[in-house]
Design a protein around this ligand. Sequence first.
Ligand code: SF4
Length: 303
Amino acid sequence: MSTQFDAIVVGSGISGGWAAKELTERGLTVLLIERGPMVEHQVDYKTEMLAPWELQYRGQGDAQLFARDYAIQSKGMSFNEWTYHHFVNDRENPYQTTAENPFQWRRGYQLGGKSLLWGRQCYRWSDLDFGANAADGHGCDWPIRYADVSPWYDHVEQFIGVSGSREGLPQLPDGQFQRPMAMNAVELALKARLQTAYPDRKLVIGRSANMTEEKEGRSSCQYRNICARGCSFGAYFSTQSSTLPAARATGRLTLITDSLVDSLDYDPKTRRVSGVRVLNTASRERKTYTAKVVFLCAGRSTA
Ligand code: SF4
C-alpha cells in the first residue's frame, strides 16, 4: 500500500466522510483514517434487529456498568443497551475541563463515528442568525451571509436526503426537501389550535435527514425510531449509508481502521503539515503517511 496520497482525512464521521467524498470525486487520491474498528454497512449493525427480550437487560442495560464506564455517554438521548457499543468507554478515555467551562463530550470511536448516532434534525440558518452578532454587538460579525452558504445547503441536502415542508418562513429558510413526514393526530390537532389562537405562529414538521423517498440504493424510512443502532435501510444519513459508498465508488479511496493518528509531521521549510503518524491499535505497528493536504475531522464536542 502506498503511503503517499493527495489528501489525508483523519476521522470518518460526518465531516470526515464528506471530505473523503468531495475530494475523491474531484480526482484526489484520499486516505481516510479511522481510530476505531470497521463497521460495515448492513453487516456490522449487530443489535439492529434485536427485540428487548433478546437483550440481557431488556434494553435498559447494566446500570452498574453504565455508571462506572459510561458516566458521560449515558446522559445522551440515544444511549441504551442496543447502542452503547457505539459510544466510548469514559473510564478508559478520560478528559478534563475547567470548572468554569464544563462540557459533556459525546464520542463514538468506530467507522462512521457519531454519524451513526446524531439527531438527524437539519435546519438552515437564516440571515437573522448570520446577522445576529452585528445586530446585538456580541462576538464577531459573521464573515458570510445566508446567500453565501445557501448553495452549499442545497448541495448537502440534495445528496444526504432531508425530508421537510416548505413554509416560506424568513427565520427558517426552506431547503431542497424530500416530501415531509406526516403529522400524527395529536400534532395536527395542536397545529389547528395553535393557528386559531396564535395566527402568527407555525407548527411545522421536523426537517430530518430521515428520508421519505428512496434514493441511490437507499430505502425510505420505516419510522422505527431505532436509528442509533445503525440502519441497514440506509434511510438516515450516515457515513456508511451515504458519503462512504460515494467515495469508494470513485476507486480513489483508501480506508484504514483501528488506526490512531497520534501526531502530525510538520515541514519547517514549507511551514506546512506534510503527513500523519499512525499507531495501529490492534497490531501496535507504527506507520507514517504523507499528503499534500491533511484534513483533521477528528472529534466535535456535543454539549
Ligand atoms: S428505517 Fe428509519 S427509523 Fe428505522 S433505523 Fe432507519 S432511519 Fe431510523
